[in-house]
Design a protein around this ligand. Sequence first.
Ligand SMILES: Cc1cc2nc3c(=O)[nH]c(=O)nc-3n(C[C@H](O)[C@H](O)[C@H](O)COP(=O)(O)OP(=O)(O)OC[C@H]3O[C@@H](n4cnc5c(N)ncnc54)[C@H](O)[C@@H]3O)c2cc1C
Length: 389
Amino acid sequence: MASYDIVIIGGAIVGSAAAYFLREEGFAGSIALVERDPRFSHAATTLSAASIRQQFSIPENIRLSRFTLGFFRELKDRFGPEADIAFREKGYLILAGPDGLPVLKANHATQRAEGADIVLEDAEALQRRFAWLSGEGVSAGAYGLSGEGWFDAHALLALLRKDVKARGVDLVAGEVVSVERTGDRVRGVTLATGERLEAGTVINAAGPDAGKVAAMAGLALPVEPRKRSVFVFEARDRFDDMPLLVDPSGIWVRPEGAVYITGGAESEEGEGPAEPGDFEPDWPLFEEVIWPALAARIPAFEAIRPGRAWAGHYEFNTLDQNAVIGPHPQVANFLFANGFSGHGLQQAPAVGKALAEWIVHGGYGTVDCSAFGYGRIAAGRPFRELNVI
Ligand SMILES: Cc1cc2nc3c(=O)[nH]c(=O)nc-3n(C[C@H](O)[C@H](O)[C@H](O)COP(=O)(O)OP(=O)(O)OC[C@H]3O[C@@H](n4cnc5c(N)ncnc54)[C@H](O)[C@@H]3O)c2cc1C
């Protein structure tokens, strides 16, 4: 039986970032990073829209993304001159109609207070800035002048995994099927092969399956997989100044090289968990909801050529659409890094850093993640993020 100081369940961006920052914080003990799908064909990380923003409603989420932004800027110092995640700093543009205006304004004030480089402009000013935009039904928009954009998630994941492997983290291929717990301590995990890994500490980094993994330890976590489709299309016109645009309807679109990608039409109302094997894009959403909305917002998109599409599962926290970070209050050697609800890729480096600080130094230093703690889950007290895209 193998024995590790730390077993991380899930080896995609959150698990890999935790392992990376444990080493960065000087943790010299043994670490197993356990992943059942080492090609990451179904991970949220590799099926995401790979974008980063400062435009959140609560300061803690802005701070997490701002840490990651700094991490992106230091990438070559950390990983060498060849390190490149193709970060395109093109901004987000979040539009609001009359109904959404008060929230947009309040969010903007919070973001500015955190030092985020976001401007709030009315429809006329936005149309002067972006000639391709229709201001129909738009009261205002918040636009990130810097610090927001998109990047290559595969490249970021590969950098982290290569680095932790070189620093003695065991990349274990296998599926955790049970977590052994006696009283207020977890003792280890068992893989589908029957192999058992003894663990001093277990980190749950299982993404959309985090609720299932928590249940293996007898702990309740309101995180479930929700299906999200992303559609690719071509258009005749190229808009080099185009940010990631979020329409008041919630539909988003952004350039991706020579094409565009779009999504965001799912309605959360009455929505249930995704079927485990269902990665089929929801095509009617594109035809019936997304395309008409895009054509109304960007008239040049009336004539487009739809291309391929994919669907991923994201880790939806049904209590408050926000992360759950840190130890369980009673089972203190079981740590959560879950429930990011669509913004976990950009938060992963910051969360990895926070968990590593907690484990190595006994408390948070860089970004205080106490507000994301499990206590609120146990109390059923939401800590709600309003900007869920
Ligand atoms: C369509 C879509 C668009 C998105 N766009 C963005 C975006 O623009 N920006 C952003 O920040 N976020 C975005 N997200 C969210 C983001 O992808 C996730 O928050 C993030 O990737 C979560 O990382 P993770 O490592 O926790 O989860 P995952 O990437 O899902 O990784 C979890 C891993 O755990 C493994 N695992 C699970 N259970 C077990 C087990 N029992 N044993 C062993 N291994 C296990 C899985 O195989 C998987 O590889 C998007 C998500 C989707 C689906």
